[in-house]
Design a protein. Structure first.
Ligand code: URA
Length: 296
C-alpha cells in the first residue's frame, strides 16, 4: 500500500515536472523507437494512397483503420492532469514548410464563408500545432461587427474552451472594450494561429506563416471596417511591420482586405498589460483612437 502511494506520488511529480517544462501533450500511449522505424519508407507508394503514402513507416491503411478518435475522446477521465494533457496519434508526416504554406493558401482561398473556413481549418493538417492542441480556437464575437481584433495564439484557457481571449488577458480585453462602449456582441475576435502552442510557447515563424493565409481569409470574409492587432507578433504578421510594438502601436495603417483597404491599428497585447500595468494608460490612447475611428 505504502509502495503504491509512493509510486503514485512519484508519477504525479514527474507529470507535474513535464507540464511545467512545457511538455503537456502525450503523443502516444506506448514509446516508439523512431530510429528503428525505417522499413516501409523505402517502399514506393501504393497506387491511390496519395499523401498517405508519405505516412510514417508502417502507418499505412491498417493504421488508418485504427486511427485515434477525435481530440477530447482520448482523454482518460481519471487522468490526474485532465484538461492539460492530450493524447495524439498522428498518421502523417508534417508537410515541408513551403508546401504547408502553399497548402494553406490553396485551402483558405476555397472558403466561401466563415463557416466554410472553420471547417477547412479543422481538417487542415499542415500545421503541427493541431496535433498537440485540444481543439481549434477559431473566433468569438460578432463577425458582423465593425471592428476585428487579432491576437497571437490561444493559451490554455482558450484551448480548453475553444474560444479566443477567455483567460485573464481576455478578461482585461473585455474591460478595455467596455471602456469604449464595445463588447463581444459588437466586435469579432480571432488569432493569427488558431491552435494553442504546447506550454503556451510563442508560435514559431513557420507556424505563423502557415496559418497566415487563414487569418487573412478570415478578415476578408468578416470584412470589418477596422482591424486591431493585439501585440507585436500580430502587427508584424498582418501589417508587415518589422519594428516592435513600442514603435508600431497607436499608428494607423492601411490593410488590404480582399478587394478593399481598411484601417488598421496595433496596440499592446492584454497579456503584456497584465505584466506592465503602467502601460495601460498608453493603451487607453489607442482605444480612444479606435472609438473615434468607429464614429467617423
Ligand atoms: N493570447 C492571445 O494572443 N490570444 C488568445 O486567444 C489568448 C491569449
Amino acid at each position: 500500500m505504502a509502495m503504491t502511494t509512493d509510486s503514485n506520488k512519484a508519477a504525479r511529480e514527474l507529470l507535474a515536472f513535464y507540464v511545467e517544462a512545457g511538455a503537456d501533450a502525450v503523443l502516444g500511449e506506448a514509446p516508439v523507437d523512431r530510429f528503428a522505424d525505417v522499413g516501409p519508407a523505402l517502399h514506393p507508394p501504393l497506387e491511390g494512397e496519395g499523401r498517405q503514402a508519405e505516412s510514417r513507416p508502417g502507418w499505412g491503411e491498417s493504421q488508418r483503420q485504427t486511427r485515434s478518435p477525435p481530440p477530447g475522446e482520448l482523454r482518460s477521465p481519471t487522468s490526474p492532469l485532465q484538461g492539460e494533457v492530450k493524447q495524439v496519434a498522428s498518421t502523417t508526416l508534417p508537410l515541408a514548410p513551403e508546401a504547408a504554406v502553399m497548402a494553406a493558401r490553396e485551402a483558405a482561398a476555397t472558403a466561401a464563408s466563415l463557416d466554410d473556413l472553420r471547417a477547412i481549418l479543422d481538417q487542415f493538417e499542415g500545421c503541427a500545432l493541431r496535433a498537440t492542441a485540444s481543439r481549434l480556437v477559431f473566433a468569438d464575437g460578432n463577425p458582423a461587427g465593425r471592428v476585428m481584433f487579432v491576437g497571437e495564439a490561444p493559451g490554455r484557457d482558450e484551448d480548453l474552451q475553444g474560444l479566443p481571449f477567455v483567460g485573464r488577458s481576455g478578461q482585461l480585453l473585455d474591460r478595455m472594450l467596455a471602456a469604449i462602449g464595445l463588447d463581444r456582441t459588437s466586435v469579432y475576435i480571432a488569432n493569427i494561429v488558431p491552435w494553442r502552442p504546447p506550454g503556451n510557447r510563442t508560435p514559431t515563424p513557420q507556424e505563423s506563416q502557415t496559418c497566415l493565409p487563414f487569418i487573412r481569409r478570415q478578415i476578408e470574409l468578416a470584412d470589418p471596417d477596422l482591424l486591431v492587432c493585439l501585440g507585436g507578433p500580430s502587427a508584424q504578421a498582418l501589417l508587415g511591420v518589422r519594428e516592435g510594438i513600442m514603435r508600431t502601436r497607436g499608428r494607423w495603417f492601411s490593410y488590404q482586405s480582399g478587394a478593399r483597404e481598411i484601417r488598421a491599428i496595433a496596440t499592446f497585447h492584454p497579456a503584456f498589460l497584465l505584466r506592465s500595468p503602467l502601460q495601460k494608460r498608453i493603451a487607453w490612447r489607442d482605444f480612444l483612437a479606435i472609438r473615434k475611428a468607429l464614429r467617423t
